[in-house]
Design a protein around this ligand. Structure first.
Ligand code: FAD
Length: 289
């Protein structure tokens, strides 16, 4: 591996300043579980690595009536170890809990998982289902975008040179809401999703009808995405097998899966339907309490 410089700034302004210099060859580091491998294997080059874990905004983890603030560099174990997040934002704890193994989860962040922009990234469908807003800081100031607009293709995202994700902001969870993320992998653990599905549901007071639903899909297109039609089809519908099967069919209709060593296009199509049904049902179970 080629030598590089290392800085660990303690303020957001200093981090942005360091990243904006170095002609685009400074790389932000959160957990390093993707970055170090990419630099070591030559997929990415770096003259300077800027460690983000000493910046308070990047390590923020706040849950209150305004919703959830999740700093981009917070490691997975802190997310699924937070009882309030487990209860209210379950889909994000489901995904944090299965990214790699325990050693990876001690370092890896949701911000790094998102910035890496992998089609099969496990946390991104959950962020989409839970309507996260991505807060970005850079040399020209701060901006916010909905998470479903962040990834633009495999390994590609909207960040300009010198920009970093500061945090993910989630709206407060309504009453009678629940969420879930599940993936299919050929092995029991430590594998890449063949299909990943997240769903967030809001039910009416009776718990028998959907008010709204958001479904995020991963590993079945060039980037994780919001399955809009499959989500909207359920609004106002009764919670039953028939309506959930319709949503699963709508999810299958909008995917563009590939065939690779983990599964064929046809298999991914089938699994998308099965997982969408199961994930919605689990989210409903959680919404009913
Ligand atoms: C053994 C192993 C198992 C794994 N298993 C899984 C798995 O099951 N599911 C899964 O989805 N992934 C998995 N991964 C991939 C990786 O662990 C995740 O993508 C992880 O969430 C990355 O987070 P990180 O904090 O380590 O990111 P880093 O490696 O620090 O960064 C990843 C990329 O994002 C950039 N970056 C980091 N933070 C920011 C920021 N705040 N703003 C802008 N850019 C930023 C970095 O420059 C780099 O390009 C695995 C990796 C390993 C090594």
């Amino acid at each position: 591996m080629r030598d590089f410089d290392y800085e660990a700034p303690t303020s957001l302004a200093d981090a942005v300043g360091l990243l904006a210099k170095n002609n685009g060859n400074a790389r932000p580091l959160a957990g390093g579980t993707d970055l170090i491998d990419h630099v070591r294997t030559g997929r990415l080059s770096a003259d300077l690595i800027v460690d983000l874990k000493k910046i308070p905004e990047l390590m923020a983890l706040e849950l209150n009536e305004q919703g959830l603030r999740l700093g981009a560099a917070v490691p997975c174990y802190q997310i699924y170890g937070h009882p309030g997040i487990v209860e209210k934002y379950s889909a994000i704890t489901d995904s944090s809990n299965i990214i790699g193994g325990m050693q990876i989860q001690n370092r890896a962040s949701v911000g790094g998982n998102l910035a890496n922009a992998g089609a099969a990234a496990d946390s991104t469908p959950a962020l989409i289902a839970l309507e996260a807003i991505v807060v970005i800081a850079g040399p020209d100031g701060t901006r916010e975008i909905p998470v479903d607009e962040f990834c633009t293709g495999p390994g590609q995202n909207v960040l300009e040179q010198g920009e970093i994700i500061v945090e993910l902001r989630f709206p407060p969870r309504p009453s009678h809401s629940g969420s879930h993320y599940r993936r299919f992998i050929p092995r029991n653990e430590m594998d890449i999703a063949v299909v990943g599905v997240a769903a967030s549901v809001v039910l009416d007071e009776s718990g028998e009808n959907f008010v709204s639903v958001r479904i995020g899909l991963g590993a079945v297109a060039a980037k994780p995405f919001y399955a809009q039609e499959a989500s909207e089809i359920l609004a106002g519908q009764p919670v039953n097998d028939e309506s959930i099967q319709k949503a699963a069919a709508a999810a299958r209709a909008v995917i563009h899966p590939i065939t690779d060593m983990r599964g064929t296009e046809e298999f991914r199509n089938h699994v998308t339907g099965v997982l969408t049904e199961r994930v919605i049902k689990k989210a409903v179970e959680r919404a009913r309490g």
